[in-house]
Ligand binder design. Structure first.
Ligand code: HAM
Length: 422
């Protein structure tokens, strides 16, 4: 038996309603905040991610699914949505001046990272993301964060904390990088990766998972002591607008995020009780990325939420989703050709009238059909046999109460069914 690849999951028919519920809630809420859906490819040229997500990030350094296609081009399965969304926005002229700014888009995608697999950390996972192109105002940051926070409220998640930080712009980051180099340069115990990070991007050391580097990082200088006046004012304004909107937050000066494109605001929502993979949603501003990819300067910001982690957090916090729909009618038959055909027609007419119907597409016995009707949770079940054909009546059994109701179905157009259904 060929197993599914490590780090992937199957979403089974009896679980999919939870996904559908979450996806519907997200799409409705996104529309309320003025976001439109965008869809873009699962794979892109590798260079897009290398340039956007950053050579020094773990994602680009060791987690991408990269291969050469038959034409010899280097292709990568998207490890996240932002790079593809930005590429698509530029390529399709959304940021060219022909469309109003800000452009606000959302997406619901699969993403691929070659990670160490554990609960809540997969190699194929799902992200709901939102991106705003064309505003540098802290009001855009506040609106985006309040949208994210509303998602959790609407889904009933309570035990979740918002942490925010500012990692400044390229100007203030140069000074900060210098301070980090000076600090981390004193420690020979840093892991080999961090020794390289020290040269390329010392901020990445703050994100290292090694316990030794983590311990050393505890006393490292914090970015908030280095950000310039403009970034500081932006961050102060954001905090006061969040206060106005009633969005609770904690400033965590240690958040740096795992991707290189961020500037100024960064934030994460961390759910309690989910263990080490509690970061359900992460995002921030990336004012330089559009230009980096070849568009004209367009300040931008966004977030992405892991759906698997969201569902884990919901389960952990005892939030149940009720399953709507299900089969209303099972219309079976005793096996003769005519009976079978009548059952199929009856089912068709019920379906035209918006009923959910299953019918006998096997050659099962009546007993087996009724068992099946029970197992699939049909509300009513009826069997068409010789006497039903002759009398023009069908007995429908209420599967919960056992009560039987007789319905007429004389005539060829089944008008009675239509009336009865209404
Ligand atoms: P990220 O923090 O790398 O940011 O991922 C966002 C979310 O995706 C995480 O908070 C987590 O819930 C989920 N996630 C990430 N990796 C995995 C994994 N291996 N297994 C399961 N879930 C995972 C981004 O991807 C940015 N593109 C977010 C963004 C949008 N920033 C600006 N715009």
């Amino acid at each position: 038996m060929i197993q599914r690849p490590k780090g992937t999951e199957d979403i089974l028919p009896f679980d999919v309603y939870k996904w559908q519920y979450v996806e519907k809630t997200l799409a409705e809420l996104a529309a309320r905040y003025g976001f439109n859906e965008m869809r873009f490819p699962v794979f892109e040229y590798t260079e897009l991610f290398a340039r956007s997500d950053g050579e020094s990030s773990d994602i680009v350094g060791k987690e991408m699914y990269t291969f050469n296609d038959r034409g010899g081009r280097s292709i990568t399965l998207r490890p996240e949505g932002t790079a593809g969304a930005v590429r698509a926005a530029i390529q399709n002229g959304l940021l060219s001046g022909n469309f109003p700014l800000p452009q606000k888009i959302w997406y619901n995608i699969t993403a691929y990272r070659y990670e160490n697999v554990q609960k809540g950390r997969l190699r194929e996972f799902h992200q709901f993301g939102a991106e705003v192109f064309g505003s540098e105002s802290p009001y855009a940051d506040a609106e985006l964060i309040s949208f994210a926070s509303q998602i959790f409220k609407n889904l009933g998640l309570r035990d979740i904390n918002l942490e925010i930080n500012s990692i400044g712009c390229s100007k203030c980051r140069d000074n900060y990088a210098e301070a980090l180099r000076e600090y981390f340069g004193q420690f020979d115990e840093l892991c080999d990766t961090c020794k390289t990070r020290l040269k390329i991007n010392p901020m990445r050391i703050l994100d290292c998972k090694s316990p030794v580097c983590k311990k050393i990082a505890e006393d490292a200088p914090i970015i908030l002591d280095y950000i310039c006046d403009e970034c500081k004012n932006h961050f102060d304004d954001l905090k006061s607008i969040l206060g106005l909107l009633g969005v609770d937050y904690t400033v965590n000066p240690r958040i740096v995020r795992g991707l290189d494109y961020y500037t100024k605001t960064v934030f994460e929502f961390i759910a309690n009780g989910v263990g080490t993979q509690g970061t359900v949603l992460g995002g921030g501003r990336y004012d330089g990325l559009v230009e980096e990819i070849g568009g004209k300067h367009t300040p931008a910001l966004g977030f992405a939420m892991g759906i698997e982690r969201l569902l884990l957090a919901m389960t952990e916090q005892g939030i149940s989703v009720s399953q709507s729909g299900g089969t209303e009618y099972y219309i079976g038959d005793t096996g003769g050709k005519k009976e079978h055909e009548m059952a199929m027609l009856t089912a068709s007419i019920l379906r035209v009238n918006h009923c959910t119907v299953q019918t006998n597409v096997t050659e099962k016995s009546v007993k087996a059909q009724m068992k099946y009707a029970d197992k699939i949770g049909a509300k009513f079940a009826g069997i068409i046999g010789e006497s039903e054909l002759a009398s023009g009546q069908i007995k429908l059994k209420n599967m919960k109460t056992g009560e039987e109701v007789i319905k007429n179905f004389k005539g060829t157009d089944f008008k009675w069914l239509i009336q009865w259904v209404k």
